[in-house]
Design a protein around this ligand. Structure first.
Ligand code: NIG
Ligand code: FE
Length: 412
C-alpha cells in the first residue's frame, strides 16, 4: 500500500534543480506563467528559470511534473503572537452577536490582552514557534507579525521581544510591527495616545524591535486625528507606516493612509472609490483580508471592481488572529479572495506573493521567481494554478523552500 508520509526536512543542498514543472508562476509580468520549465537554485538564490541546462553535478533534483511552482507566500498581515483563545466568542457570533457587540461587552481584543499579559515570554515564544511551523506547511515563507495585545510599555515591548526572538530562531523572514491596537481599560484616550507617542514609540525604536508602526483606525478604536498624531510620530522615529483602515465603517482611514503615504492600508471594506484612487496615487499598497470578512460573516466587501478599473493590484494577507480570523493557510486565503471578494485567481495569487512583498517593502528581494532573487519557493500539488483555489480546503502544498533550503517536503 502506498503510504503518505509528511516530513519536516531541513536540507541545505548547494544547488537544487526543480524540473518538469507544469507551470512556473514567476509574478514578473502579471502572473507570468512559464510552462514545462525548470528553476535552478544556487547558494540560496534563483539562478535561472525556463529551459535550464545545469553544468554542476552535485545537484539535488526535484521532479515537479504535474505541479505548479510559485514564489513562497508572503503573509504581510498577522497577529501571530498571542495568549489564550476566544472560541466562546466564535460560538456567540454564530448565534447572532456581532464582533462589535462582543467588543463593547468586554470581549474582543481586551480578552486577548488579558491572556497575553498573563503569558510569559517563554510561553508566547513556544506558541509562536508552533504556529510558524504550521505556516511553513502551508507555503508561507515570509510573515509580518504585529504586537498590539500588550497595551502598556512593558507588555508591548514583551510581545515585540518575543517576535524578535522568533525571528532569530526561525528560517522564515519575519517582519515585526508595533500595532497601536486599542485603548486599555481604565485609561483615558488622551493619556494613552501620550503614552504611545512619548514612551512606547521611542522605546520600540531604541530596542530596534519593529520595522513598522500600525494603528487600528475605526469606530471602536482610534480616531483619525489620534491616528494622524501617532503615525506622524512613528515616522519621525524612522518606522514604516501601516494602518488597519475602514474595516467596520468608513472612518477616513484609507484617506489618511494616502495623506501619509503609508506603506500599506489593510482591510478596506468600507473604503470609497475616491479614497482608493488617492491611495493608489500615493503608492499605498491596498491589502485585503478576505479571511476576516469570511470568518466574521461580514457582508460588506472591498470594492474590487474599483481596483481593477484603475489597474491597481492589491495584496492579500491572512490577518491570522484569535478574534477575527483563525485561518493561517495562504492557499485558503487565496480561495476566499476569489470566492468571497470575487477576485480573479491570477490577481489573488499576485496579491499573495509579489504584492505581499511590496506591502513589506521587500519586493527587491522576494515575491517573484527571477534570477537574483531569494530562492523562496512553494511547489503545489496541482497541475495548473486555477486548481489552487478550486481545490478549496485541500492541502495542496508539496514543498516549501526558503533561501534554497527545503523546510517542508512530502515523501511518497
Ligand atoms: O485585524 N481589527 C482589528 N484587529 C484584528 C482583530 C484582533 C482581535 O479581534 O483580536 C483584525 O481583524
Ligand atoms: Fe489585523
Amino acid at each position: 500500500m502506498l503510504t503518505c508520509l509528511k516530513i519536516m526536512v531541513e536540507l541545505v543542498p548547494m544547488a537544487i534543480l526543480i524540473t518538469n514543472a507544469s507551470e512556473i508562476l514567476t509574478m514578473t509580468d502579471g502572473i507570468g506563467i512559464v510552462k514545462n520549465a525548470a528553476v535552478l537554485i544556487e547558494h540560496g538564490k534563483i539562478k535561472a528559470v525556463g529551459d535550464v541546462k545545469p553544468r554542476k553535478r552535485d545537484l539535488m533534483t526535484i521532479n515537479a511534473r504535474g505541479m505548479v511552482v510559485c514564489p513562497g507566500f508572503v503573509d504581510s498581515h498577522t497577529h501571530l503572537v498571542y495568549g489564550g483563545s476566544r472560541e466562546d466568542e466564535f460560538a456567540m457570533r454564530v448565534e447572532g452577536m456581532s464582533y462589535e457587540e462582543i467588543a463593547k461587552a468586554g470581549g474582543g481584543i481586551a480578552r486577548t490582552v488579558e491572556s497575553t499579559r498573563a503569558a510569559s515570554r517563554e510561553e508566547l515564544f513556544s506558541l509562536g514557534r508552533h504556529r510558524l511551523r504550521r505556516l511553513v506547511q502551508h507555503g508561507t515563507t515570509t510573515v509580518e507579525i504585529k504586537s498590539g495585545y500588550g497595551l502598556s510599555l512593558t507588555e508591548e515591548i514583551k510581545m515585540l521581544m518575543v517576535i524578535k526572538k522568533l525571528k532569530k530562531h526561525s528560517p522564515l523572514d519575519i517582519i515585526a510591527t508595533y500595532l497601536v491596537h486599542s485603548i486599555p481599560r481604565q485609561m483615558k484616550r488622551r493619556d494613552y495616545v501620550d503614552l504611545v507617542t512619548e514612551e512606547i514609540i521611542p522605546e520600540v525604536t531604541k530596542r530596534k524591535c519593529a520595522v513598522f508602526c500600525d494603528i487600528y483606525c475605526d469606530k471602536i478604536a482610534f480616531r483619525r486625528k489620534e491616528s494622524m498624531r501617532i503615525l506622524s510620530t512613528a515616522r519621525t522615529y524612522g518606522l514604516g507606516l501601516k494602518m488597519h483602515a475602514d474595516q467596520l465603517s468608513n472612518s477616513g482611514g484609507a484617506r489618511l493612509a494616502a495623506t501619509l503615504s503609508c506603506t500599506s492600508a489593510d482591510h478596506l471594506e468600507y473604503t470609497s472609490k475616491n479614497a482608493i484612487k488617492a491611495m493608489c496615487k500615493t503608492g499605498v499598497v491596498p491589502t485585503l483580508l478576505p479571511g476576516a470578512t469570511f470568518y466574521l460573516q461580514h457582508k460588506k466587501i472591498p470594492d474590487i471592481k474599483a481596483y481593477r478599473k484603475i489597474g491597481a493590484p492589491v495584496a492579500i494577507a491572512s490577518d491570522y488572529n484569535p478574534g477575527s480570523c483563525m485561518i493561517y493557510s495562504m492557499p485558503t486565503i487565496i480561495a476566499l479572495a476569489c470566492i468571497v471578494f470575487g477576485m480573479r485567481v491570477e490577481d489573488a495569487l499576485y496579491g499573495a506573493t509579489i504584492m505581499g512583498a511590496r506591502a513589506l517593502n521587500l519586493e527587491h528581494r522576494i515575491g517573484s521567481i527571477e534570477p537574483g532573487k531569494q530562492a523562496d519557493i512553494v511547489i503545489l500539488n496541482v497541475d495548473n494554478y486555477k486548481k489552487i483555489p478550486y481545490q478549496f480546503g485541500e492541502d495542496v502544498v508539496r514543498y516549501t523552500i526558503k533561501k534554497g533550503r527545503i523546510l517542508y517536503g512530502e515523501n511518497r
